[in-house]
Design a protein around this ligand. Sequence first.
Ligand code: MN
Length: 208
Amino acid sequence: MHTLPILNYKYDYLEPYFDSKTMEIHHTKHHQAYINNLNNSLLNTKFSSYKVNKLLSKLEYISDTKRDYIRNNLGGHFNHSFFWKILKKNTFLKGKLKISIKKNFLSFKNFKKCFINIAMNHFGSGWIWLIQSKKKLLITTTINQDNPRMGNYFVKDSGIPIIGLDLWEHAYYLKYQNNKLDYIKSYFNIINWDQASLNFEKSLLCNI
Ligand code: MN
């Protein structure tokens, strides 16, 4: 059975960037719903004992009738679990990841501009990611609850997520309403660069 991860911060911790009410509903209602649906859909199947990463790698082998439902809810569970950990105040981009971002995007300023533009141009629900793919860093988006770990059978760019941002309206509507740009900009105040560096190091070691 998959369970809701406990956050290591309070719902109001990310104020004023992400508001307390949104964080609470997002975690206890939206994320919990993906987990409940996932557990129900895996009941009495050989996949019921699989952990999230193994399930992601086996998605294409799940029967057509169940695949999309599991894809959406497994993706929802993975993406939100990833998201909570990539949020923290007062961390700084440094080390190998900083060097690699400069190498791939010319400067951090340019990386941020690209990230914001691509997020703004993503139509509808989905996610934006910085991923390590084929030894390069790249920014990509996925629809619905897809993610780059699902592989090229499902997404255009497969790879290891370094950072990610939820682009569903449920992630920002209470505080930002239709102002998606301010929501995306606010994310840059609370990216957990320590966790991002850890994700990057793991992607280099293929130790995932
Ligand atoms: Mn969400």
